[in-house]
Write a protein of this length. Sequence first.
Length: 87
Amino acid sequence: MDEILLRQLVRQLKILNIWITVFGSLVLIVLIILGVLIFKMVMFVHATEQRLADIQTKTAQTLDLQSKICKSDTLSSLLNKSTDYCK
């Protein structure tokens, strides 16, 4: 009777060992995939942030009408006579 019980326990332990190995490997693979995806997402967000900052800088330089007007000799002299716009 003890030998039959021992065989059943060994068989159940082998099955349990297989399940633990399969699920452990699955969890490890999922964690690795999630880590790679999170890394790629962070890099994408960082690159997008840099592009938006560059676009914002270029747009601010392009739309800076006050400095363009004040640097222009004819418009600057005209505005200085009538207003305090270029101070």
